[in-house]
Design a protein around this ligand. Structure first.
Ligand code: ADP
Ligand code: MG
Length: 471
């Protein structure tokens, strides 16, 4: 018997033969307990007591065209704290790890962050007791090569997108469907109100109006106020299946709550009108003082499209409006009225951290709210570099990939009014002449991955409409 110690450097080649991964470069990380593998399209299946998970791996960093689909037995589903400090629920599977002639079983958690330069982290639980870790050395074990993956890849199918909306026939929905079809992408509009979730410790599942949500590679959430909290749950579950959501559940939840959004924007140092909230109608006076006196704007925390936004010119009016809202238990915020905006605001559409279009909206005569739904008109606008930067920072702060950032031009520079998670495309495509729907679909195509053919089939044609979509 050889007495030479088994040494692992801080990076090593290894194989996971049970998963069909003959060569992976791993970072040996004794700071982590469990090993982790970066996977996508994570999808549980199987029967109770024998639950399995199917997932894709891009074994070669930077080569997303090379993908291997694997399956493994689920041994656990646990919460992990990822490097950004957020809790994440992951599947844990068991499989053999192999270095040269040595192999032993290890537990691996599956996570879907694709940005890591190592596809695998080897945690301390996975390191054999008699192994030595030499943190200053690398590749102590036999080297392997990625060349093993250079073979014709599995049959690809077109990307499948589900658009969650209660309004499949409005301008934005129609344009997104049109843009997807033009690009050969399968898209279905799914009524958010007809989505159901199975909550289960080991087998979460989604039903999109009678079809498995797991059939889709990506969702475009266009979630209106009436269905916001259910819609956020649907998106959260979709993300938990390892799928791509154009806007994540957490960011949507922040955006739809004006108060929470203001807190987040403030924390990121983003300029906004002076804003305050109070609980009791008895504190209306202090509240108005906090924002610098009247005139003030009073807003429902969960309002949209200008509904629930009221201008109070005098203290008396402000106190009674605030009191009336509180009487019916409506949560509101009070904001300084930016008089010099003169009924105009600037809407920027931010996609993937870049402003892709902007317009000015001018309120109808006698109206201070510039929402297009209230008769406002769309005008061309040229953004200042400061405005552009502010819009990008606001979208980033909330965490939205696609956002409509509304700003007012004040004498002290731009301030952010709100950040919308499903910006309408109608006025802004018209006034800018830009194909925003196309840019959005391209953005999704660059990020979501179509799986190989799955056992449950979705008809590969497009567009599709669910006839049951009501309003
Ligand atoms: P909603 O979510 O209902 O669109 P907003 O906060 O965007 O609510 O307000 C609607 C519109 O009212 C804005 O687009 C803007 O034209 C006007 N408005 C809102 N807040 C202010 C304010 N503090 N000062 C001046 N105008 C405002
Ligand atoms: Mg608005």
């Amino acid at each position: 018997m050889s007495q030479a110690p088994f040494v692992l450097g801080w990076e090593e080649w290894l194989a996971l033969p049970g998963l069909g991964l003959p060569a992976l470069k791993a970072k040996v990380d004794t700071g982590a307990r469990t090993s982790a593998l970066h996977a996508f399209a994570i999808e549980p299946f199987g029967v109770a007591g024998q639950r399995e998970v199917r997932f894709g791996v891009h074994p070669v960093p930077g080569r997303n065209d090379i993908e291997v689909f694997c399956r493994g037995l689920i041994v656990d589903r646990r919460e992990f704290t990822s490097s950004n400090g957020e809790a994440e629920l992951r599947y844990v599977i068991e499989t053999n790890v192999k270095f040269g002639d040595h192999a032993w079983p290890i537990e691996i958690s599956l996570t879907n962050r694709q940005t890591m330069s190592y596809r695998m982290l080897l945690g301390r639980q996975s390191i054999a007791e008699d192994a030595l870790v030499a943190p200053h050395r690398s590749f102590q074990q036999p080297e392997l090569s990625y060349a093993v993956y250079e073979r014709p890849s599995a049959r690809r199918r077109p990307l499948r997108i589900a658009m969650l909306t209660r309004e499949p026939d409005n301008y934005s929905s129609r344009r997104l469907v049109e843009a997807a079809v033009q690009r050969g992408v399968v898209i279905a509009t799914v009524d958010t109100a007809r989505c159901s979730l199975r909550i289960s410790p080991d087998a979460p599942a989604l039903d999109f109006a009678g079809r498995p949500g797991a059939d889709f590679d990506a969702v475009i959430p266009r979630i209106g106020r009436s269905i916001a909290s259910h819609g956020v749950s649907v998106v959260r579950q979709f993300e938990a299946l390892g799928r791509y959501a154009l806007n994540g559940a957490e960011a949507i939840a922040i955006a739809r709550d004006k108060l929470r959004a203001h807190h987040v924007l403030a924390r990121h140092g983003i300029a906004m009108p002076r804003t305050a909230i109070a609980y009791s109608a008895r504190d209306a006076r202090q509240l108005i003082d906090m924002v610098g006196g009247t005139p003030v704007v009073i807003k429902l925390i969960e309002g949209t499209q200008g509904r629930g936004v009221v201008l109070a010119e005098t203290r008396k009016a402000a106190e009674s409006v605030f009191g009336a809202f509180r009487d019916i238990d409506a949560a509101v915020l009070v904001q300084e009225f930016v008089t010099e905006a003169e009924g105009a605001d600037v809407r920027c559409v931010v996609l993937g951290g870049r402003v892709i279009a902007a317009m000015q909206r001018q309120a109808a005569p006698g109206e201070f709210r510039s929402n297009l739904h209230l008769g406002g008109s769309a005008l061309k606008v040229k953004l200042t570099p400061e405005e552009r930067k502010l819009a990008q920072r606001a979208a980033l702060a909330i965490g939205l990939e696609l956002a409509g950032v509304d700003m007012l031009r004040t004498r002290n520079g731009p301030v952010v009014l709100e950040v919308n998670a499903s910006p309408g495309l109608e006025g802004i495509e018209g006034i800018t002449g830009k194909d925003l729907a196309g840019l959005i679909i391209d953005h999704i195509c660059a990020r979501a991955t179509p799986g190989v053919e799955t056992p449950v089939q979705v008809a590969d044609h497009a567009p599709e409409r669910s006839g049951a979509n009501g309003k």
